[in-house]
Write a protein that binds this ligand. Structure first.
Ligand SMILES: NC(=O)c1ccc[n+]([C@@H]2O[C@H](COP(=O)([O-])OP(=O)(O)OC[C@H]3O[C@@H](n4cnc5c(N)ncnc54)[C@H](OP(=O)(O)O)[C@@H]3O)[C@@H](O)[C@H]2O)c1
Length: 256
């Protein structure tokens, strides 16, 4: 483990559990400070206990798509640590399963607002307050569903595909400012968010993956920390698929 994030500070939205709590831990291990967000104080308090890094980890409670929460989180992080060098846009929602043409407009707007517009808004605040002058690194949580369709998660996949393009576009526009923007695209990771795809169904879920298992939060966290740190200083605009080989099987099947 390198100390590649010493004197850095990362805001991690949706950092109170799952993939992004593991990412916060991976960045703390590399020397960073972290600010976690989530909607529930008790969950955030538990996360801070778990990280056991007093003085280097704080939290701010709120809804990721609310502008006041975004502004307040960045302000609190600046007051506490003096910089916002890294933004991990971890929050993503999937309130709908089924055919995309059945997706109600209000649900579509909610999903697009949280999965695409909120990451952009968080970036804009971080750029205004710190990154625009000092540079930084942004990591967006996309999904393997951005790259393949399916009967249940198609609409969610469309928003995550938009996030891939947003990652590329921001990377291009902000490279002259020293801001890098990358994304990770996980397959099923054993968190609460994806519980219905693995809980009570562990063997079948594992068998779907060429590497013989579903993902763990740490599998993705290490890649997030890599993108966040200077270890990836000449990489921008990329989306790393982390899926135990799942997308490869889809490709082979479609060729057979
Ligand atoms: N797990 C997977 O299989 C998988 C696969 C591909 C992509 N992803 C993506 O990875 C990201 C993290 O997922 P995860 O599996 O780690 O989820 P998770 O374990 O369920 O954690 C979700 C985190 O986000 C917070 N959160 C949820 N909605 C929020 C909102 N509207 N505003 C603020 N915080 C919110 C939750 O805290 P509160 O509930 O307290 O707000 C929690 O901290 C998501 O973007 C997801 O789309 C996950």
């Amino acid at each position: 483990m390198t100390a590649s994030m010493i004197n850095r500070t990362a805001i991690v939205t949706g950092g109170s559990r799952g993939i992004c709590l593991a990412a916060a831990k991976a960045m703390l291990d590399r020397g960073s400070n972290v600010c976690l967000t989530g909607r529930h104080e008790d969950q955030l308090a538990e996360a801070l206990d778990h990280l056991a890094a007093p003085g280097r980890a704080i939290s701010v409670c709120g809804h990721a798509a609310e502008p006041e929460h975004q502004e307040a989180t960045v302000a609190r992080t600046m007051e506490t640590f003096g910089s916002v060098d890294v933004l991990v846009n971890g929050v993503g929602i999937n309130p709908f399963y089924g055919s995309t043409s059945d997706l109600p407009q209000d649900v579509a707007l909610k999903m697009y607002r949280t999965n695409v517009l909120a990451p952009l808004a968080w970036f804009t605040v971080c750029e205004k307050v710190w990154m625009g002058e000092h540079g930084g690194s942004v990591v967006n949580l996309s999904s393997a569903g951005a790259f393949r369709g399916g009967p249940l998660l198609g609409s969610y996949g469309v928003t995550k595909a938009a996030l891939v393009r947003l990652t590329e576009q921001l990377a291009l526009e902000k490279a002259p400012l020293g801001i890098r923007v990358n994304a990770v695209a996980p397959g099923t990771v054993r968190t609460r968010f994806a519980a219905q795809f693995w809980e009570g169904n562990e063997e079948a879920a594992a068998a779907a993956y060429p590497l013989g298992r579903a993902g763990e939060p740490e599998d993705v966290a290490e890649a997030i920390a890599f993108f966040a740190s200077d270890d990836s200083s000449w990489i921008t605009g990329q989306t790393l698929v982390i899926d135990g080989g799942l997308l490869l099987t889809t490709l082979v099947d479609s060729l057979a």
